[in-house]
Ligand binder design. Structure first.
Ligand SMILES: [Zn+2]
Ligand SMILES: [Zn+2]
Length: 362
């Protein structure tokens, strides 16, 4: 492992008593590039014990009602600065909060909840995540230069995010009232007057759709919109969960349970179904649409997906940006430099002024 790589991981202060290197006894981390464990000291690579690489199977939705297997080996830590809760495997301490960068993270008395069935491991390392984020902020015209410079791997931390995926078949029947506008021309007192009228028509029918790996975010720490813009995650290729994947990384706690995620998933699916039904018709106005949907063959998976979280403080406000740990896709709000905006406004006014002057003299 190079000095740079060592520095990248040194902030995380990984406990060396666990997952010892077979060659030198040093501590190890999960290496995204090779998908193996890597010794922090001698750089040896070794396989994750008992990992079959088998894609994690979906479970029947009824099992969601059961509490599920408790995540015994894990502990919950909380950032004393921003309140973020993080799950860390036993005997390992990550001192840096991925969301705000403070080291004031302490163990709290809280259960981590249900053990994830599967995990989509990190595929890109911190360095690559940093490069993706750099490219992203370069494109942000109004982001402050200081912010652009602060986007580096040292300020980015990998954290697994919990989510539920749902499969189901839907069968819907619907009826509704739609309207299509049309224009007629009338001649009144010798003048042509255009008038818009609406033709009202009734629709009804049935609609079927199959959903596969429909994703619902289970942690409020990363907003659902961010997860949506970071997608896709290869949830279909999630492998069985092994604690070793968390070495060098942490995991977000979930604060929405399976049942509420399923309810959320259902209403999101309903919206999509309604949209698909309406797409079949040529209309301008929706007066009403009643959709009755039956859900069947419901299955679920509770898995962790890889996200790099970066943080930046600008004028006392904390900004987070996020990088998909598989493909480097970036999302998040960037601060806006007031100076840069003012400069743009000034330049635009200047150009307008010059044009006005030229016009005046011409
Ligand atoms: Zn070693
Ligand atoms: Zn924090």
């Amino acid at each position: 492992m190079s000095d740079v790589e060592k520095k990248l991981y040194s902030d995380d202060n990984i406990d060396v008593t666990t997952f010892k290197c077979p060659n030198c006894g040093g501590g190890s981390v999960f290496d995204a590039k090779t998908q193996k464990l890597k010794c922090l000291y001698c750089g040896s690579l070794f396989d994750i014990p008992d990992q079959t690489g088998v894609v994690t199977p979906e479970r029947q939705l009824e099992e969601l009602l059961d509490k599920g297997e408790v995540w015994k080996e894990a502990e919950v830590y909380q950032c004393q600065s921003c309140g973020a809760k993080e799950i860390i495997e036993n005997q390992r301490v990550s001192h840096v909060c991925p969301f705000c960068g403070t080291k004031n993270v302490v163990k709290i008395e809280e259960l981590p909840g249900i053990k994830p069935q599967g995990i989509v491991p990190f595929k890109i390392d911190k360095k690559m995540a940093g490069q993706s984020a750099k490219k992203y902020v370069k494109g942000k015209l109004y982001a402050p230069s200081k912010f652009k410079k602060s986007v580096k791997p040292e300020n980015i931390h990998g954290i697994y995010n919990p989510l539920f995926t749902f499969d189901c078949q839907t069968s819907s029947s619907y009826y509704g009232k739609l309207g299509k506008n049309y224009v007629i021309n009338r001649i009144v007192n010798g003048k042509v007057i255009s008038e818009t009228r609406t033709k009202v028509f009734h629709v009804s029918g049935t609609y079927q759709e199959i959903f596969d790996d429909f994703v619902v975010q289970a942690s409020s720490k990363i907003p659902s919109e961010i997860i949506a813009s970071l997608q896709p995650f290869s949830t279909r290729k999630a492998v069985d969960y092994k604690p070793e994947y968390l070495l060098g990384y942490g995991a977000n706690t979930y604060d929405k349970d399976g049942q509420s995620c399923w309810q959320e998933s259902k209403s999101m699916m309903q919206n999509r179904i309604e949209g698909s039904i309406l797409k079949k018709y040529d209309y301008d106005i929706k007066y009403s649409l009643n959709v009755n949907t039956d859900f069947s063959h419901e299955m679920y998976k509770y898995i962790l997906v890889p996200i790099y979280v970066g943080h930046y403080k600008y004028k006392n406000k904390l900004y987070n940006f996020f990088v998909n740990g598989e493909n480097g896709k970036v999302a998040g709000k960037t601060p806006v430099s007031a100076g840069k905006v003012t400069l743009t406004v000034f330049i635009v006014l200047l150009i307008l002024g010059i044009i006005a002057l030229l016009y005046y003299f011409a």
